[in-house]
Design a binder for this molecule. Structure first.
Ligand code: ATP
Length: 244
């Protein structure tokens, strides 16, 4: 569904992505994990058209999308929930949600989809008329995901959904992601830790310093212990050797 090949991205003289290849197949949940500065956000921004690649290719549903405008990529069904959520604090929950539907003209269906996201995130129904700035971090994350869902993604990319949230709230967000995937949505999720990965992932890529250093599939992932060791422990270096 999504195929990235030999991608390189730089900010001036800073090389953030140094030749990355990865793929996401339909209905998978693919995790991209790695420490600060690994290049994870840059990768998602580049796939979304917000950053220009220096080399390599990006194909979505067999169409080359690299170099296309972000609106065009979004219209194709590739939607990003950015890090920091980008909620409009002075607008209400309802108004923030309606921003997710601006590229759509199917009014009846929008109403049905809105009802569906408010059922998925009941707190947003409760706070529907509240000003978004008064929402908690977890509520804002749910709002950001809900708004993205209303854009009708075929593939939703989420940059650190658990960032700054309490464990119980992370559970709620992940519960929603699991339900979305069960309904057929494909997900590409960035996280800094391996904590939530094992039970939901179809595939995991570990990124470090602009490169993929480890790639595990559901079959090789097991309960995630090996992944955690590879990520944090000495085994990480052995794993890097295996990949190269
Ligand atoms: P984090 O989890 O901290 O967001 P990350 O894995 O998402 O980290 P990126 O934000 O993609 O990493 O950053 C990758 C590299 O690119 C880092 O060295 C970072 O300093 C650099 N970088 C990111 N954004 C910019 C920018 N706008 N201008 C210059 N350098 C940047």
């Amino acid at each position: 569904m999504l195929k990235v090949e030999e991608l390189k991205v730089s900010y001036g003289r800073v090389s953030a992505i140094k030749g990355i290849s990865l793929e996401v197949q339909e209905n998978e949940v693919v995790f991209l994990i790695g420490p600060n500065g690994a290049g994870k956000s840059t990768l998602l921004k580049t796939i979304s058209g917000l950053q220009r690649p220096e080399a390599g290719s990006i194909a979505f549903e067999n169409a080359a999308i690299s170099g296309q405008a972000p609106e065009e990529i979004c219209r194709r069904g590739l939607v990003l929930v950015p890090e920091g959520r980008h909620i409009f604090g002075t607008l209400s929950v309802a108004e923030n949600l309606s921003l997710g539907t601006t590229i759509r003209d199917d009014r009846q269906q929008i109403r049905a989809d809105l009802d569906e996201v408010l059922t998925l995130f009941p707190i947003l129904r409760e706070r529907y008329s509240s000003t978004a700035v008064y929402l908690s971090g977890g509520e804002q994350q749910q709002l950001a995901i809900a708004r993205a869902i209303l854009q009708k993604p075929r593939l939703m990319m989420i940059d650190e959904p658990s960032l700054g949230l309490a464990p119980l709230v992370i559970d709620q967000v992940y519960d929603a992601l699991r339900k979305l995937n069960a309904k057929g949505m494909t997900l590409l999720v960035i996280e800094q830790s391996t904590a939530r990965v094992a039970d939901l992932a179809s595939r995991v890529y570990v990124m470090r310093n602009g490169r993929i250093v480890l790639h595990e599939t559901k079959a090789s992932l097991g309960d995630g212990t090996a992944l955690t060791e590879a990520y944090f422990g000495d085994a990480g270096h052995a794993a890097e050797q295996r990949v190269h």
